[in-house]
Design a protein around this ligand. Structure first.
Ligand code: AMP
Length: 173
């Protein structure tokens, strides 16, 4: 039997409790083995195709020397998303994308790496064993702050940028 008109109207106008307001979040991407630019492009596509996530801005690609490690330069970028996922759910999705990138190998034992960090999740401060937001090391890393400043200058204090000015980060060719 059809629901009474009044009841149907009320159900349609009331926001269900599980519908969340989208949160503006920032994700740092890095890769330094295989074809890093292709890994980053694939990761951005995977992030953009995630249900509950809309990719709304992406920085240019940057090249940076590895911190505390040898090996080829990293390619880095930052993306902005609007998401209705919780921060832990977003992190879990990022980790799944990292895992997938590690498995997609063109040949046996081919090097391939992808690092995805949840940098900011709205204005949230989260400290749990598996998730810290803002990302605890982002303030010391030029390869995070420069691309972040490109798409969200209001989230990067000028003195932080000055503090990391000595680190080598260049536009990716
Ligand atoms: P890494 O190997 O540097 O990517 O670190 C991954 C580990 O850092 C995982 O165990 C995560 O649970 C943890 N982690 C804590 N906070 C964050 C964050 N904001 N973004 C990404 N990983 C995080």
């Amino acid at each position: 039997m059809a629901a009474p008109i009044q009841a149907r109207t009320a159900a349609q106008t009331a926001a269900p409790e599980h519908v969340r307001e989208p949160v503006l979040a920032y994700i740092g991407l890095g890769a330094n083995l295989g074809d890093p630019a292709a890994s980053l492009a694939a990761a951005m596509a995977a992030i953009a195709s995630t249900p509950g996530v809309t990719l709304t801005a992406r920085s240019a690609l940057y090249a940076s020397a590895p911190v505390d490690a040898g090996g080829p330069d990293y390619v880095n970028a930052v993306v902005q998303v609007h998401t209705v996922l919780t921060a832990p759910d977003l992190l879990a999705r990022l980790q799944a994308i990292e895992l997938q990138a590690g498995r997609e190998r063109p040949y046996r034992n081919a090097p391939r790496t992808l690092d995805l960090d949840l940098l900011l999740y709205g204005d949230a401060h989260i400290t749990s064993p598996r998730l810290e937001v803002p990302h605890p090391r982002m303030g010391e890393r030029a390869f995070v702050l420069l691309p972040l400043a490109e798409i969200a200058p209001q989230r990067v204090p000028q003195d932080r940028l000055q503090a990391v000015a000595g680190q080598r980060v260049n536009p990716y060719p």
